[in-house]
Design a protein around this ligand. Sequence first.
Ligand SMILES: Cc1cc2nc3c(=O)[nH]c(=O)nc-3n(C[C@H](O)[C@H](O)[C@H](O)COP(=O)(O)OP(=O)(O)OC[C@H]3O[C@@H](n4cnc5c(N)ncnc54)[C@H](O)[C@@H]3O)c2cc1C
Length: 389
Amino acid sequence: MNDVASHSEFERLLAAVEKISIEVAAAHAAEVDTQARFPHETLAALRAAKILSAPIPREFGGGGCTLTQLTALCSTLAQACGSSAMVLAMHYIQVACIARHAQDSAFFRGYLAELASRQYILASMTSEVGTFGETRASICAIERSGDRFILNKDATTGSYCEYADGILVTCRRAADAAGSDQVLVLVRKDDYKLTRTTSWDTLGMRGTCSPGFQLEATGPAEQIVPGSFADSSAQTMVPYSHILWSSLWWGIAADAVARAAEFVRAGARKNPGAVPPVATRLAEVSTQLQAMRHNWLALATEFDATRGMQELLSIGWALKLNNLKIAASDTAPQIVHRALQIVGILGYKNDTPFSLGRHYRDSLSAALMIANDRIAAKNASMLLVFKNQ
Ligand SMILES: Cc1cc2nc3c(=O)[nH]c(=O)nc-3n(C[C@H](O)[C@H](O)[C@H](O)COP(=O)(O)OP(=O)(O)OC[C@H]3O[C@@H](n4cnc5c(N)ncnc54)[C@H](O)[C@@H]3O)c2cc1C
């Protein structure tokens, strides 16, 4: 198939991300975190290497990457800078929504080609003041007038919106539509105004630059993604989010374990012939890290093997994806915590090669990013009617 990345194209993208991770993202990660600033250098390097179009089919000039291949890119970058990886993952989720749900539209086919050639970055606005973290409900509604729309939204959290070329926004289909009758709308940089409503001085993921915003946008009606958000959410936004996020949370945890391993090896070199007692803790945490990796990798592989989109609407898929999100977001900070117990004070300090503060704080966002309690409550009601695990 010509719309799937050839092995050599994927290898090129992965090699480029590995190089950018080491030479650019890792070099700026501490400063991005301390100053809570956008990782401009990393994004510029990703653009230059055409990494931003990895999910776009090759016929539109993109990389044609599968979801499994995208997890490799995000998890690699996360080992250098969690915020950069989260920005890349969120961008991929938006691009995938367009690539998988809007290819029947001439406008969106042209937009995909333009995004691939200009390496646009897309942000997301699903959150809204008054919907309390429920992505499948909106208060704001699109207003149509002839072949144009007006869309205003008061979002609680909008990652890197100030640096994006466009934002995918959820809203009600019309002023008289129910809260759950939503559509996704692409708004473009020249057609919107953002007014910051809150700050972004957080524990972690500081480089995602995600304050609240009031959005005032307009545009041609062809920028409304065809179909309903109910479908694009279940078939693309949720699977891409939960799988890509899990892979990058793993990347953060993997770098923490790598630092702990380096610390243990350095200790072992000082006392040749003896295995340091703390090496047992390293063996234990590496078991947990491997299990975490295999969880997202298995689901990404299963997702790529699905035939058609219909089965992704099933309760079985919703449960699997929710279980992955809850498990990965619970496990990542546990792994970082265990790495910190291995390293001790040199991990607790912010200025050593073994520092783990940023990893710890970044990983704590995982359980909040769509609250685990909210997801568990949905699973609980689905399990009342679903029998086949
Ligand atoms: C790093 C980061 C980046 C983000 N980027 C974006 C972005 O770019 N765009 C965007 O739109 N949003 C973004 N978000 C916001 C995210 O999508 C969620 O909307 C937000 O994290 C949820 O906020 P909340 O905790 O107030 O939500 P809520 O879900 O309302 O949770 C509030 C509290 O209620 C509890 N709770 C909720 N439901 C239940 C339940 N059923 N049973 C028991 N307890 C429950 C939760 O556990 C929590 O303690 C980002 C969040 C983070 C952390």
